[in-house]
Design a protein around this ligand. Structure first.
Ligand SMILES: NC(=O)NCCC(=O)O
Ligand SMILES: [Zn+2]
Ligand SMILES: [Zn+2]
Length: 484
């Protein structure tokens, strides 16, 4: 059975042209004029683009004494509804737990996914077992990205010596280091000080994590990555301080990528000053929302190319879960949702305002990350042979975001009331039409794991350069005799 997407304009990261796209057996089989197939999807007036890839989700994540509420079924259904066709979640070993063991736990949950998925592995502690298993994770499981939390002291945080050891091992194995860059020691000090002074509300969450803690940690991670020779990907870049460190590193030739979130691009710190406790607490995440100066910096980064990818860090907790932190902001589970809204919000605030071209939109929502993660052109492309993960994007379709109409399992939406123009008419996941003109036709268990081998082109280039420029002993002829 074949499907033809007819009458649309194909938009990729570097091309825009009129063509039909034919899909069969889950792949794109033909691109051109006047194609025929068993089923026809009318794409008149629409852009035919690679489905979005969200490289930063936490579905059913054990965190701060509870679990994030969207699981792989509701989370990926939300993703597809908004035009995202692949998610990358984080497998998190608990302290002392092996990496392979943690992967088994994630495999048990991910079987329900309605779109394709992959994992990043988290390094939450350091020891011989982690060192050994990293090789198996990359070579046998096809996971080439390893996240390090520089915050969440006493829970997920790793110290500099652990990070140095892990980054060194990744450089050797052809992996990529990811960091949550906030100085966890300073955050812990500021948190204790704020609570002692009676600052217990959600706004104090933002006070405890100023932009400096992010800038400092980002710079530190960049320097450690450079010393160990590993490519670095900085997740949820929220501030000019962090962006400045990334921009500078890139201008010096360091292999660093930065990922802002749609929330930080479009929502600001005033959310935390809302008189309603629930409203403010629902928006507690790390790093927190910031002011306009930081938002402008993130947009400029996307426009100029110093920031590469827009993600969500989808980690959704219900209002009831957020209320664990009444009387103590540090107990509010950190995280917000966004999977369903990333693409429409970015189109509305990026493309419709002229800050991004449609091609740049495709680059930052799909193609760039597919290349970084080493799964391009299987994902992130409209090419013959690529997976038929496609969004048929209607730039005229509009809606006002409302929790009452969303797919996500939580009872609110941080973008509630925001008007968006630009939405999927159809979303295809490996050829299956999961969103059909507003109707959700997702299939639980349809999603497949996407393997991503190590030693991608950037790893190879960086290790060649590091080998060429490595410190070497000086060959000397006239060495003075000792002990005379
Ligand atoms: N970002 C956040 O607040 N929660 C999810 C976990 C993380 O990425 O730090
Ligand atoms: Zn994080
Ligand atoms: Zn995260």
């Amino acid at each position: 059975m074949s499907t033809v997407i007819k009458g649309g304009t194909v938009v990729t990261a570097d091309l825009t042209y009129a063509a039909d796209v034919k899909v069969e057996g889950g792949r794109i089989v033909e691109i051109g004029p006047n194609l025929k197939g068993d089923e026809v999807l009318d794409a008149t007036g629409c852009y035919v683009m690679p489905g979005g890839i969200d490289p930063h989700t936490h579905l059913e994540m054990p965190f701060m004494g509870t679990y994030s509420s969207d699981d792989f079924e509701s989370g990926t259904r939300a993703a597809l509804s908004g035009g995202t066709t692949m998610v990358v979640d984080f497998a998190l070993p608990s302290p002392g737990q092996g990496l392979i063991d943690a992967l088994k736990m994630w495999d048990n949950k991910a079987g329900r996914a309605t779109c394709d998925y992959s994992y990043h592995m988290a390094v939450t502690w350091w020891g011989e077992q982690v060192f050994d298993e990293m090789k198996t994770v990359i070579e046998d499981h096809g996971i080439n990205t390893f996240k390090h939390f520089m915050a969440y002291k006493g829970a997920l945080m790793v110290n500099d010596d652990e990070m140095y050891a892990s980054f060194s091992r990744l450089a050797e194995l052809g992996g990529i280091a990811l960091v949550h860059a906030e100085n966890g020691d300073v955050v812990a000090e500021l948190t204790a000080k704020l609570l002692a002074a009676g600052n217990t509300g959600p706004e104090a969450h933002a006070y405890s994590r100023p932009a400096q803690v992010e800038g400092e940690a980002t710079n530190r991670a960049i320097m450690i990555a450079d010393m160990t020779g590993v490519p670095l990907y900085v997740v949820h870049v929220s501030s000019e301080d962090a962006h400045e460190a990334i921009r500078r590193a890139r201008s010096l030739g360091k292999r660093v990528w930065g990922e802002p979130l749609i929330q930080h691009l479009t929502l600001d710190e005033s959310e935390y000053f809302h008189p309603d406790w629930d409203h403010a607490a629902r928006r507690v995440m790390s790093p927190p929302f910031r002011n306009k100066k930081h938002q402008d910096s993130l947009w400029a980064g996307l426009m100029s190319g110093s920031l590469s990818v827009v993600a969500t860090d989808h980690c959704a907790f219900t209002t009831e879960q957020k209320r664990f932190g009444i009387g103590d902001f540090s107990k509010i589970p950190n995280g917000t949702g966004g999977l369903e809204d990333r693409m429409p919000m970015l189109w509305t605030h990026g493309v419709a305002t002229g800050r991004l071209t449609p091609n740049e939109f495709v680059a930052v929502t799909s193609t760039n990350i597919a290349k970084i993660l080493n799964c391009y052109p299987k994902k992130g492309a409209i090419l013959v042979g690529a997976d038929a993960d496609i969004v048929v994007w209607d730039p005229e379709k509009e809606k006002t975001i409302a929790a009452s109409a969303q797919q996500s399992a939580i009872d609110y939406n941080v973008f509630e009331g925001h008007h968006v123009k630009g939405l999927p008419r159809f979303t295809l996941t490996r050829g299956h039409v999961a969103v059909h003109d507003g109707e959700i036709r997702t299939r639980e268990g349809h999603g497949q794991f996407v393997k991503r081998p190590g030693n991608g082109t950037v790893n190879r280039a960086l290790s060649t350069w590091k080998e060429l420029t490595a410190p070497r002993p000086v060959e000397r002829t006239g060495i003075p005799a000792t002990g005379v």
